[in-house]
Design a binder for this molecule. Structure first.
Ligand code: AHM
Ligand code: MG
Length: 333
């Protein structure tokens, strides 16, 4: 089969549907696509390039920075800076917001990314990925800054992720449909493989790190226990899958349905995952695909972020399982 629709062609077609589009978002998305191809190559060749170790840095989250985290962050930063359409940028690996000089250009967008999600799995040949969120800057007439980034998921203009696994896939949405692409390494292009992905209404998989069992509250424990028994929407035990790499766990949930959760626990009242570049983009994608992402009380895309590295509990997936889970969490008896 000759691949006829590449990622760039598809992005361009989406742009044409918006008569007032200036091409800046298109260019930004092309750049993310290019950076992701470079990171894919980096991940695939890291073993023999001696990149499977750690740097001597600790990031703002208190995690030791893997060499590949740093390299992936630099690739994204270089490529996005040279394309020039962001005013403010947030990376999991950088303490502060990166801004472009206001005088040089009135850049319209604010971008947040997790350059290499799941990097604790590197070296075990488990899929890792990149996640990104794009907002329009809130006050383009003002110099770029942190306010550009502190926007709820409902304001997202584009969100997506790449998974570097047995194949490299790229999934993104600009709000009208979630679309999936697969990297053809022979021609170096992402090729459209799924248009308008929809999360199944319900699924048969639950996905959670049960090592946190003792730290959960009773309601979370009760809901997870019922997923393993028969007192649940499926009427029989769900199958368990947990990769420990959010992009992979989410990608499976998007395609096969069911529920993924990384809830709050006694040690982490707001969970482990990061709001701006993990929970918001994936919840926005889930929302466009017909699913739900919640923190246990409200939809993640309705949360107003207060800081750039804020954390957020995440319960995400098919409507049926997520709504059922919420009923148990919010049942006062
Ligand atoms: P990272 O962005 O620093 O790699 O951390 C986030 C990762 C997610 O990919 C994954 O869902 C989660 O941490 C796994 O956490 P745990 O090992 O506590 O279950
Ligand atoms: Mg991550």
């Amino acid at each position: 089969m000759i691949p006829t629709i590449t990622l760039n062609r598809f992005i361009r077609q989406e742009e044409k549907a918006h008569p007032y589009a200036t091409g800046e978002l298109t260019d930004l998305l092309y750049s993310i696509g290019l950076a992701v191809k470079m990171i894919s190559h980096l991940v695939a060749t890291a073993g023999y390039k001696g990149l499977h170790g750690y740097t001597d840095k600790v990031n703002i989250q208190g995690e030791i920075v893997h060499k590949l985290d740093q390299e992936a962050d630099e690739i994204l930063m270089e490529i996005l800076s040279s394309c020039g359409h962001f005013g403010s940028l947030v990376s999991e690996e950088r303490d502060q917001v990166v801004t472009t000089p206001f005088e040089s250009k009135v850049a319209k967008y604010a971008v947040a990314f997790d350059p290499l999600d799941g990097s604790s799995n590197i070296g075990s040949n488990i899929p890792v990925g990149t996640i990104f969120t794009v907002f329009k800057r809130k006050t383009p007439e003002e110099p770029p800054g942190i306010d550009d980034m502190l926007q709820p998921g409902r304001n997202v203009v584009a969100a997506g992720y790449a998974v570097y696994g047995s194949m490299t896939s790229f999934v993104y949405t600009c709000g009208s449909g979630v679309h999936g692409f697969t990297l053809d390494p022979e021609i170096g292009e992402f090729v459209l493989t799924e248009e308008e992905i929809k999360i199944p209404e319900s699924g048969s998989i639950y996905s959670v790190n049960e090592g946190y069992w003792e730290l959960w509250d009773d309601k979370t424990r009760d809901a997870v226990r019922r997923l393993k028994e028969s007192d649940n929407p499926l009427g029989k035990p769900y199958t368990s899958r947990y990769v420990g790499s959010l992009v992979s766990d989410f990608d499976r949930t998007l395609r096969r349905g069911g529920i993924f959760l990384h809830p709050a626990n006694k040690k982490r009242e707001r969970g482990k995952l990061r709001l701006l570049y993990e929970c918001i983009p994936l919840s926005y994608i889930a929302h466009v695909a017909g699913g739900i992402g919640t923190d246990g009380s409200v939809n993640v895309i309705d949360i107003e972020p207060k800081s750039i590295h804020e954390r957020c509990p995440l319960i995400i997936g098919s409507k049926k399982e997520v709504e059922w889970f919420l009923e148990i969490l919010n049942n006062n008896q």
